[in-house]
Design a protein around this ligand. Structure first.
Ligand code: NAD
Ligand code: TYD
Length: 356
């Protein structure tokens, strides 16, 4: 069934992959994005003139704007990707994380509820508010702990994960108190095309390409679970279609890896794709750790697999090759996102850690 979806944050990394996927599948997308440093219309160049993509620059905290978009476009679903998403930035300047992730999500829920209440019963039955969250809300695991299930108590440790946890709680409250048909998904670390190169994988690909140091925080043994962005977006579509209101679904990649192993894997693929006369691993540089750095995340996606039939298409070894190929082929996109603001962030973050 063709749907109109209000996507928030659809010019960011995961949001733009989702928008492209849904338009290709025949949906109509109304895309509300504030275009912060992380938002980039270049991600959506291929649908710029497509009538099924309506772009509006604005914030989710602007309730009047959200209300007018809902009234005008009458979407069957809202998918909320809009957020401040980088842990290191949340440590340096947490305030924006509260404004967008907490207050913004609250205002979006408030506008969604007013819209939902005015719908006819059949439209109410079909309506969904899907909130995209993170595994980081569950806290940090030791090496022997079981992976996060949806029942794991929240124990966020960074301003980023605390602000996402707060928004998840508000989403839950809007279901229990007001009956808004919400679903929350908690995914692990995504990687793939269009990821802003402040996050580990694209940063390491770009630095390796330019022969710059590859910064590893602390001892490099922190573990993350890696999920290919295309698989994540397919999971979100499945949850929209078949997920139950009030429920939470974890989405993981079954690819737990220590950061140093991620970086050495990228180095050996770069040796093959972009040989530079010496192994790229020579660029690995250990730098000062992130304060409060969570040791390990691992995600148990068995509910999503069992109840909704999800399975992933990419393993880490296939997904990382596709990702590196994409970055090497898209130099114009990289040029655009690595100007001004980006350079200022890289200088501030890495000089303070002792890497130049
Ligand atoms: P991103 O930082 O690449 O993109 C965020 C987008 O939201 C940008 O386009 C930005 O302009 C927009 N935005 C920011 N504030 C806004 C506001 N107030 N109103 C409207 N738009 C606003 O983030 P991402 O990596 O694509 O993450 C998307 C979502 O997925 C986030 O909610 C994040 O918490 C969650 N998530 C991401 C990952 C990951 O690995 N990237 C993992 C787990 C969960
Ligand atoms: P990141 O991509 O920022 O995602 P998150 O903090 O949300 O998991 O970081 C992934 C891991 O890589 C995390 O353990 C921190 C580490 N890291 C580095 O070692 N060096 C870096 O330059 C960056 C950005 C991250």
């Amino acid at each position: 069934m063709r749907r109109t979806i209000l996507v928030t944050g659809g010019a960011g990394f995961i949001g733009s992959n989702f928008v492209l996927q849904r338009i290709a599948a025949g949906d109509r997308v109304v895309n509300l994005d504030k275009l912060t440093y992380a938002g980039n219309l270049g991600n959506l160049a291929s649908v710029q003139h497509n009538p099924d993509h309506v772009f509006i620059q604005g914030g989710i905290e602007d309730e009047a704007l959200v209300q007018s978009l809902l009234a005008k476009h009458q979407p069957q679903a809202i998918v909320n990707f809009a957020a401040e998403s980088h842990v290191d930035r949340s440590i340096v300047s947490p305030e924006e994380f509260i404004s967008t992730n907490v207050v913004g999500s609250f205002r979006l829920l408030h506008a969604a509820l007013a819209y939902y209440r005015a719908l006819a019963p059949a439209a109410q039955a079909a309506f969904r508010f899907l909130h995209v969250s993170t595994d980081e809300v569950y806290g940090s695991l030791s090496r022997s702990d079981p992976a996060f299930t949806e029942e794991k108590a929240y124990e966020p440790n960074s301003p980023y994960s605390a602000s996402k946890a707060a928004s998840d709680h508000l989403v839950r409250a809007y279901y229990h108190t007001y009956g808004l048909p919400v679903i929350t998904t908690n995914c692990s670390n995504n990687y793939g095309p269009y990821q802003f190169p402040e996050k580990l994988i694209p940063l390491v690909i770009l630095n390796a390409f330019h022969g710059k140091p590859l910064p590893i925080y602390g001892d490099g043994l922190n573990v993350r679970d890696w999920l290919y962005v295309g698989d994540h977006c397919l999971a979100i579509s499945l949850v929209l279609e078949r997920g139950l209101p009030g429920k939470t679904y974890n989405i993981g990649g079954d690819s737990e890896m220590a950061n140093i192993d991620v970086v050495t894997t990228i180095c050996s693929i770069m040796d093959e794709f972009h040989p530079s006369g010496a192994p790229h691993s020579r660029l690995i540089t250990y730098v000062t750790d992130r304060p409060g750095h969570d040791r390990r995340y691992a995600v148990d996606s068995s509910r999503l697999k069992r109840e909704l039939g999800w399975s992933q298409q990419e393993t880490f070894s296939t997904g990382i090759r596709r990702t590196i190929e994409w970055y090497l082929a898209n130099t114009a996109w990289i040029q655009e996102v690595t100007s001004g603001d980006y350079r200022r962030w890289i200088t501030a973050n890495y000089e303070a850690r002792g890497a130049k």
